[in-house]
Design a protein around this ligand. Structure first.
Ligand code: RP5
Length: 160
């Protein structure tokens, strides 16, 4: 059984420069995670096996980053009750609008928590996963509140 409550999956190694931002948020908040390339299109068997075993390996939140037709998050959500957070990766030609529209338009009955396109969405996926875990983890809740306060304190009121 894995000790990491968060699993970050992505459709391709080319997604890693964006998805690394998700790991940054988790590291800042002291949340353990694992990463893997799992493609809905190129490795469907790996996706199936991962989803079917996710609960038994102790995963509590899945973060899924993908670009283009971006079925990864929705397919994962279809195969497990574990919450899935989606990160639309900026694609080469449509700049991630395709990824966003695909991920956000889940049919009624299967929920995915879709974030913003790109770096902000990837970082926020780590934040949101931490917030989910903080519901039942008081120490993490304390770290989250401190993190938010520090962010607030670092916003200067002066323009120059
Ligand atoms: C998706 O296709 C991946 O998530 C990636 O964003 C996109 C392009 O993949 P590569 O051709 O760069 O491997 O499945």
């Amino acid at each position: 059984m894995s000790n990491a409550p968060v699993k970050i999956i992505m459709g391709s190694r080319s997604d890693w420069p964006i998805m690394k931002l998700a790991t940054q948020a988790l590291e800042e908040l002291g949340v353990a995670f694992e990463t893997a390339v799992v493609s809905a299109h190129r490795t469907p068997g790996r996706l199936y096996d991962f989803c079917k075993n996710a609960e038994d390996t102790g995963i509590q939140v899945i973060i899924a980053g993908a670009g283009g037709s971006a079925h990864l998050a929705g397919m994962a959500a279809a195969m497990t009750w574990i919450p899935v957070i989606a990160v639309p990766i900026p694609s080469r030609y449509l700049k991630g609008m395709d990824s966003l529209m695909s991920m956000v338009q889940m049919p009624k009955g299967v929920a995915v928590a879709t974030q913003a396109i790109g770096e902000a969405g990837a970082f926020n996926s780590g934040l949101l996963a931490s917030q989910m875990l903080a519901i039942s983890d008081e120490a993490l809740r304390t770290r989250l509140k401190a993190w938010r306060q520090k962010q607030t304190d670092n916003v200067a009121e002066e323009v120059e």
